[in-house]
Design a protein around this ligand. Structure first.
Ligand code: G4P
Length: 522
């Protein structure tokens, strides 16, 4: 096994575009090995998960991310799930720091929607290459050209159609694969794809006259001619640089296009590559185990306060029982019972390779953003903290529970569920989130897991900025004169709490030697 046979990716989409359906079909076609999330659940843990799921069910969304693995033709695919709701958290962003590529699913009737756009921007920040899957062509949708041009214009990407739907909705007759000149046809009443394929010499092949309706065939020939003249040819390097996206049309529900998508990920998507780190980027071929924690899931078992840190392995061959040193902690930890998601028989598996995800049970030692390595000389960079968009004051229903509240807020900020700010003046802690949903998750977990009754009150602040300066005197002046609006984050870094974005601009202009950052890299 080597890094080149791993494909670690995520699906980005707007709710309802078909991510869940496509995920199921990918697992089905790929012969799923293991669904994470079913991380070994004892009785209590199972209950904790189902409490958790209550929120998911009430809101009709998936709050937790997980890891799914499947294998196909010698390639191991690690699919990291990203929560698909509009109110998403930093968790979603961070998951995208742990993948090498992404599949963007869009609904053929709706095109690019807001959530897809936001997630796409995160991918762009990190040059994550994207394969586009235009779903639901078994239903009425927009013209193929309209969809392609929208992707090109809105996302500023070169688009290359790789497959083409023959008809759509009521007139849907199959998918034409432009690279292989194969026609994929439905079978049976449900009009699903069961592998019926006709090899042709191209859209002009006369045998198509006997298979497709005259209208659809004429349109297919005309469209494909236009498309071949109008769009660039696929260029692997432009795709891997994040400048070009190959576009596949299909129907996850009817299983059209899923196979082509898996083949595309195997053929084009990048295997694990070097990741930014200090003092130098780490290549997957480095002969030392290194990785970073992109997600922590706490309290899977309410009695034990244990948590699982999800580590993306960047280099080396991980072996069960290995000792790794977390950044900044100094003390090596022995990893005796890792959860290896790719394992067919989880109990027997004891090795993992670059690109794989390892679940590490721990009691709060490991935090999101931590690097783990054998020799402790490396630190991965570029896992951002985002400026919260919603700030609230936390007030206790029972004032004797201050200690429990602090512990809970520390834990949950460590998990990336919320950010917590401790104001310099005053005792009401401020919590910050990126989306509304995180507030509901916070209150329900405070109550269920920490037995702390709390209410969230409006705060006078609208946003937060991390403050820094190379000029110690300028920084001190700013800090001294603005104590009323200052807080510390969980790591003790100074944060400016602003009443509006306008105020940030105003203050930044006044203190021009100080930087006010909307993200903080850990
Ligand atoms: P999501 O995870 O992106 O939110 O989407 P999900 O897969 O749950 O799909 C949303 C809805 O779209 C589901 O219908 C699903 O069956 C349907 N869907 C997904 N892919 C296709 C497709 O290729 N063609 C068609 N026609 N429909 C598709 P639902 O009615 O909301 O749910 P359900 O009752 O069918 O489960």
């Amino acid at each position: 096994m080597s890094p080149s046979d791993r494909r670690t990716f995520a699906i980005i989409s707007h709710p309802d575009a078909g991510k869940t359906t496509l995920t199921e079909k990918l697992l089905l076609f790929g012969g799923a090995i293991h669904l994470a999330g079913e991380v070994k659940a004892r009785g209590a843990a199972r209950r904790a998960r189902s409490d958790w799921m209550k929120i998911e069910q009430q809101r009709g969304i998936s709050v937790t991310s997980s890891v799914m693995t499947f294998e196909r033709d010698g390639i191991t695919f690690n699919l990291l799930d990203t929560p698909g709701h509009e109110d998403f958290s930093e968790d979603t962003y961070r998951t995208l720091t742990a993948v090498d590529s992404a599949v963007m699913v869009i609904d053929v009737a709706k095109g690019i929607e807001s959530q897809t756009r936001k997630l796409f921007e995160v991918c762009r920040l990190r040059n994550v290459p994207i394969i586009t899957f235009v779903n639901k062509v078994d239903r009425e949708g927009r013209e193929v050209f309209a969809t392609l041009d929208e992707v090109a214009e809105l996302l500023q990407l070169d688009v290359v159609p790789m497959t083409w739907p023959v008809g759509m909705g009521g007139t849907f007759e199959g998918i034409f694969d432009l690279a292989t000149n194969r026609l994929l046809l439905p079978e049976g009443d449900s009009r699903e794809f069961h592998g019926k394929v006709i090899q042709t010499s191209g859209v002009d092949d006369p045998q198509l006259d006997a298979i497709l309706s005259a209208d659809n065939l004429a349109k297919l020939r005309e469209d494909v001619e236009l498309a071949q003249a109008g769009y660039a040819e696929f260029d692997g390097e432009a795709y891997r640089n994040g400048d070009m996206t190959p576009v596949y049309f299909g129907s996850a529900l009817k299983e059209f296009g899923v196979d082509s998508l898996i083949a595309a990920i195997a053929e084009f998507a990048p295997p694990p590559h070097a990741l930014p780190a200090e003092p130098a980027p780490v290549e997957p071929t480095r002969d030392e185990v290194t990785g970073f924690v992109f997600k922590v899931q706490a309290n899977m078992d309410p009695n034990h306060r244990d948590r699982i840190a999800f580590m993306r392995l960047v280099s080396g061959t991980f072996k069960r029982g290995m000792k790794l040193v977390p950044t900044g902690h100094g003390k090596p930890i022995a990893i005796h019972s890792p959860i290896l998601f790719f394992a067919r028989e989880r109990e027997l598996a004891d090795e993992a390779f670059p690109g794989d995800i390892i679940g590490i049970p721990n009691h709060g030692t490991l935090r999101v953003g931590d690097t783990l390595s054998e020799r402790a000389g490396v630190r991965f960079t570029g896992l951002p903290n985002f400026a919260p968009e919603i700030l609230r004051r936390v007030a206790l229903k029972d004032p004797t529970k201050t200690k429990q509240l602090r512990k809970a807020l520390d834990d949950l900020s460590e998990e990336g569920v919320i950010q917590v700010f401790y104001p310099e003046i005053g005792s009401n802690w401020i919590i910050g989130v990126v989306g509304q949903l995180q507030l509901d998750v916070l209150l329900s977990r405070l109550d269920a897991e920490y037995k702390v009754g709390a209410v969230l009150e409006p705060s006078p602040y609208d946003t937060a900025r991390w403050v820094a300066s190379d000029d110690a005197a300028a920084l001190k002046e700013f800090l001294d004169l603005n104590r009323g609006a200052l807080a510390k984050d969980r790591d003790g870094n100074p944060v400016f709490l602003a009443k509006s974005a306008w105020e940030v601009g105003y203050i930044a202009e006044r203190y021009n030697k100080v930087t006010f950052a909307a993200t903080r890299e850990r």
